[in-house]
Design a protein around this ligand. Sequence first.
Ligand SMILES: [Mn+2]
Length: 328
Amino acid sequence: MAVKILAHGDTDGICAAALARARFPEAEVWFARPVSLPKYLGKVEPGTTVIICDIAISETQKEDLFGRIRELAQRDEVIYLDHHPLPPGTLRRDVPATQFAHEIGVSTSELAFRIFIQDPNSDLDRVALWGAIGDYCEETDFVRDGLSKYNRRTIYMEAGLLSQALGDATGDYHYKRDVMFKLSQGAPPTEIPEIVDRAVRATKREWEVYEYVKKHVVRKGNLAIVYDLPSGSLGKAAMHALGVAGTDVGLCTRRDEDEIDVSVRRRAGVNIDLNEMLRHITARLGGSGGGHEGAAGATIPATILDVFLDTLKKEIAPVIGREPGLKR
Ligand SMILES: [Mn+2]
């Protein structure tokens, strides 16, 4: 039985794919994004088990995606693992996969460990820990237990190297596939070639972004903005922006011809749902957006940037109190 794994190319997606592949060592792995998922599913041949890891259900592609999954699930198995909020009005039972494992606040890697590995004595739980830390999904019993089973600092060091190195490898799917393969064989990140150099390079660049943010951050009410970050991670810059400016929400943009990519982050514990907010604002004004409650992004037409920012600023203006339990 052929197996295809379709995964998001970030740390959590790669760790989840590694766990699926540890169970199905012959499986082929493809990296995909929410908007390209239906296209990839269209290329799957009959008689193939499909495993989807950490790829959000895109609101705009939903009908197309569900159609493809329904087609595949009539003949073969489709196992869908994800932890992104579902599009509005979508219930779990609407997802026509043969198995749909979906939980918010838990990493996809943890779900993958539960489904594909199961054995509590397997050392592959470390891969699930690294994926969870990569996606800041550490507030679970599984992660807490894992951090005391091994050593917290050692696990964080490995997780840091892995996430930083993968941050350096954006778009480098050869390297990502190598990393996934090594992880699936049980190798810790410190045993993976190039990982240290890449992680150090990415981290140095991150500090440069931090310096850039300190110089260029602009405050608009409760919103801290960095316009047109020349290079580096928009998400990290958005996080630095709110930290430096002392606001509840940080945002960073980058223009790409007629479109602008936007990343938004919130201060830990702030009770603002960025996923919902960006979905609503883009549905009203144009573009597309969403993500997680505490970390989201959007792509919008360049012409609407000002009204977009103004709308967001107003949405987050009456600050609701902090909930100490929320970490993102
Ligand atoms: Mn994830």
